[in-house]
Design a binder for this molecule. Structure first.
Ligand SMILES: Cc1cc2nc3c(=O)[nH]c(=O)nc-3n(C[C@H](O)[C@H](O)[C@H](O)COP(=O)(O)OP(=O)(O)OC[C@H]3O[C@@H](n4cnc5c(N)ncnc54)[C@H](O)[C@@H]3O)c2cc1C
Length: 404
């Protein structure tokens, strides 16, 4: 531990922060990880926050921010594959929180690219496949997407996945439909999960950009994460070489290994979203005056602020411990599920309270809280809904499955 231990309050108090890291979790990080976190924070505050509402309104992805994100070196942060930073799960989680704290859409973009797509290759690829794709993905020269969900099946995907893969000589032919696929319309690599017609198992395929038969329709009129480009993906006789089949993905169990890790990332993003809303709320309530006094001086307002801080702190604590377990190789599905379910419920409540204390201004984009309220709705549902994650934890603690 560094000298920060001696003066934690001085070190954790951020220039414009109302000490939202109330119990000093950042002090758990090594100096170089803390420095990285601060670079991420500064990039998000200086480069992203001033422009993001414009993009959100127009539902456009800010491609011009990608080089800056690449320079931060945070893609695939936790992974130790070729060219990857290999910095571990705890700092990876805290970085996801930092992204979500300013903008959940950028957090989601990075979660899909650096978490789901790179994670599929890291955890399910062969050595040759990791060498082939991960270094360029870590540099963000190649961007990835992850195509699992389908129009007719979301929560029940493990049993219900209908996209088909048929072996044909040295290649595979994919047919089916995917929905909600973030980054897909501009990604260089789309990891497509399909059921092998021969053995009925779910397998992963890296489909390269412009492969004939793969087309996209960007989904319109979303009320959440408008910056993220989600697409419906049509797969019609898409031919993929055997060399692009993820060699370590033999069943949905392997897909689930990826989701366990990325679900933690979403728990952290959610905590970031709640933390950002809390910070905006605290700042606003100290400035806004009614009845001749700052509204922060009213007991009922302080009650909400303290509830928000308590929820952010509790979610952070839970996620810190689960990420430490992940770093120790001890993270189980039910751990990640509890973190995702708990953090997202607390997030949804917290952004609502933040909006409440901003009064009417809470629904104006310029105050940022309104965007966080809307974006929270998507985070609440993706990477396993509250119900699915509850059922996973329920099965683990009772030994009884209540899925159907
Ligand atoms: C913005 C956004 C981005 C996304 N990005 C991606 C992506 O990049 N790649 C990808 O593959 N997918 C992505 N998804 C899909 C996401 O993972 C699914 O939306 C999620 O898994 C839920 O599936 P569903 O929307 O089909 O809901 P459904 O499965 O239809 O569920 C509807 C409701 O029924 C409940 N329910 C279902 N079964 C049960 C049960 N047994 N008991 C109790 N309740 C139940 C659910 O909890 C939910 O409340 C994204 C989704 C969104 C909204």
């Amino acid at each position: 531990m560094s000298e920060q231990t001696d003066t934690p309050a001085d070190d954790i108090e951020l220039e414009d922060s109302p000490r939202s890291d109330f119990l000093g979790f950042e002090l758990l990080l090594a100096d170089e990880d803390l420095a990285l976190l601060r670079r991420v924070r500064s990039f998000m505050q200086q480069e992203v926050e001033p422009v993001i509402n414009e993009h959100w309104t127009r539902a456009e992805f800010p491609h011009e921010l990608v080089p800056g994100l690449a320079d931060l070196g945070i893609a695939g942060l936790a992974y130790d594959g070729p060219g990857c930073p290999g910095r571990g799960a705890l700092v990876d989680g805290m970085v996801a929180m930092e992204l979500g704290r300013v903008d959940p859409s950028i957090a989601t973009f990075m979660g899909v690219h650096g978490g789901l797509a790179m994670g599929s290759i890291q955890l399910c690829g062969s050595d040759e496949q990791r060498e082939r794709w991960l270094p360029a993905m870590a540099r963000m020269e190649l961007l990835g997407a992850f195509a699992l969900t389908e129009p007719d099946v979301g929560s029940a995907i493990s049993a219900g996945l209908a996209t088909r893969a048929r072996r044909d000589g040295d290649s595979w032919v994919l047919d089916g439909e995917k929905k909600w696929i973030g980054n897909a319309s501009f990604a260089d690599l789309v990891v497509v999960w399909a059921r092998d017609e021969a053995d009925g198992e779910v397998k992963g395929f890296v489909v390269e950009k412009d492969t004939p038969g793969m087309t996209f329709e960007v989904q319109q009129d979303k009320i959440a994460l408008r910056v993220v480009q989600n697409a419906q993906v049509h797969l019609r006789g898409v031919r993929v070489p055997e060399a692009n089949r993820l060699q370590g993905a033999d069943s949905f169990r392997d897909t689930a290994d990826v989701l366990r890790v990325t679900r933690m990332g979403v728990a952290w993003q959610a905590t970031g979203c709640a933390r950002g809303a809390y910070e905006h709320a605290l700042r606003y309530t100290k400035q806004r005056e009614q009845f001749g006094r700052p509204i922060a001086s009213f007991q009922l307002v302080q009650d909400l602020l303290v509830r928000m801080l308590g929820s952010v702190t509790a979610s952070t604590a839970m996620n810190v411990r689960a990420s430490q377990l992940q770093d120790a190789g001890l993270l189980e599905d039910e751990h990640a599920s509890l973190c995702k379910a708990f953090s997202t419920v607390r997030m949804r409540e917290t952004v609502g309270w933040a909006r409440e204390v901003l009064g009417g201004n809470g629904i104006l984009l310029e105050h940022h809280v309104g965007r966080l309220v809307a974006d929270a709705e998507a985070i609440y549902s993706y990477e396993g809904t509250r119900e699915m994650n509850t059922l996973i934890v329920g099965r683990a603690i009772t030994g009884l499955s209540a899925f159907v």
